[in-house]
Design a protein around this ligand. Structure first.
Ligand SMILES: Cc1ncc(COP(=O)(O)O)c(C=O)c1O
Length: 382
């Protein structure tokens, strides 16, 4: 009998496994909030902000309602808006560029590096020049730590210097990763992250944070997240938004942060095993020296003609896959009329046709990893 008939479906991300590990502690943390009823900006929010700041070695953490809002808060705090250009990679989740448009500025798309999937800093100067030619002021760049891997923050900082660009690190996928042995959070002028449940450090709903060492930026973002409040909430000194992290989510995140380093190590072990077993049949993700990944995704590259067949074969064996991202932003209906930097975006186009992500989470045991590895090899080596 065929043993692979109706195999059990593997979860792509197993939020329930983590819930089983942390169940009691999280239930108790939520019960404490239900007990004191300070659901907005309660004591757990301040405590979590302090813990997160200590975790990444930064001075300020300003939590908010989502990773998207975190990016908006940082751009708004710097006064970026109409007439300004913000340079973004094209191969990323839409929120990276969406926030630029939301604040009234113009995104300029540049390419990524084929090996790391991260922003190719060589495109930054040309994109700033293209912005000026279009009558825009180049004001900021948003490197993304895509799939969990730190971007090359030294190269970005060097390239951003000439035009004095504000560097906003989009660490929604990479928070917890390191660059030159320092956790993300202090590269660039501000770092945004997301606590969406599927993220490496996720909560049980929406949530986000902006991290910065700059006192003035942090003060403005605290005001912005509370409708632009001044000395108190009925003193409105600027136009803001309603963007707070719920106290219950902060209480949950505090418990999750305690096991985050252990979970990062587990994810790294899974990624290493995948890479050792698959590097002869697919292009496995590369982690340059001095960087680490939290493996928000484990993304391989296969020849475009083989990708669909691989996904179908794995699905038949109960193994889900995902394609992040099938269409780069410069080709999306909502973004295709925005400019592309001088170097073009050919790598983003190519990657969109080749990438495919395998199941990845901290609770993926070795027998399950082996099942995935064997299925990928069976599908590709015939
Ligand atoms: C790179 C990137 N930036 C920003 C965001 C936005 O985060 P959120 O979903 O919390 O608004 C995400 C989330 O999916 C993301 O992957």
């Amino acid at each position: 009998m065929n043993q692979r008939l109706n195999p059990p479906m593997i979860p792509f991300i197993d939020v329930a496994a983590q819930r089983r590990r942390l169940g009691g502690a999280i239930d108790a943390a939520v019960a404490r909030v239900l007990g004191h009823c300070q659901f907005m900006l309660g004591p757990e929010v301040n405590a979590f902000e302090a813990e997160l700041a200590a975790f990444c070695g930064a001075k300020h953490v300003v939590t908010c309602a989502s990773g998207t809002d975190a990016l908006v808060l940082a751009l708004r705090a710097k006064g970026i808006g109409a007439g300004d250009a913000v340079i973004c990679p094209s191969f990323t989740f839409c929120a990276t560029a969406e926030v630029v448009v939301l604040v009234g500025a113009t995104p300029i798309f540049i390419d990524v590096d084929a090996a790391t999937f991260n922003i190719d800093a060589k495109g930054i100067v040309g994109a700033a020049a293209a912005a000026k030619r279009a009558g825009l002021l180049p004001k900021a760049v948003i490197p993304v730590d895509l799939f969990g891997l730190a971007a090359d923050h030294v190269a970005v900082a060097d390239a951003a210097k000439g035009d004095n660009l504000f560097i906003l690190d989009d660490a929604a996928q990479g928070f917890g990763a390191t660059f030159n042995n320092r956790r993300l959070g202090t590269f660039g002028h501000a770092t945004a992250t997301s606590f969406f449940p599927a993220k490496p450090l996720g909560c049980y709903g929406d949530g986000g944070a902006v991290i910065t060492d700059d006192d003035a930026t942090a003060d403005i973002m605290r005001s912005l997240r509370m409708h632009g409040q001044g000395s108190d909430r009925y003193d409105n000194v600027r136009i803001g938004l309603a963007s707070r992290l719920d106290t219950i989510q902060a209480a949950i995140l505090t418990e999750k942060l305690k096991i985050f380093p252990d979970e990062i190590a587990s994810r790294d072990r899974v990624a290493r095993r995948y890479s050792e077993a698959l590097s002869d049949v697919v292009t496995t993700p590369s982690v340059p020296a001095g960087m680490s990944s939290v493996w928000a995704q484990y993304t391989i590259r296969v020849a475009p003609g083989k990708r669909d067949a691989l996904a179908i074969a794995l699905k038949a064996e109960g193994i889900p896959t995902a394609i992040y991202y099938p269409i780069p932003l410069h080709r999306q209906q909502a973004y295709k009329h925005y400019p592309v930097g001088d170097g073009g975006v050919a790598v983003s186009d190519r990657l969109a046709g080749e990438v495919i992500s395998l199941p990845m989470h901290a609770y993926l045991d070795e027998p399950t990893q082996d099942r995935i590895i064997a299925a990928v090899r069976r599908a590709l080596v015939s």
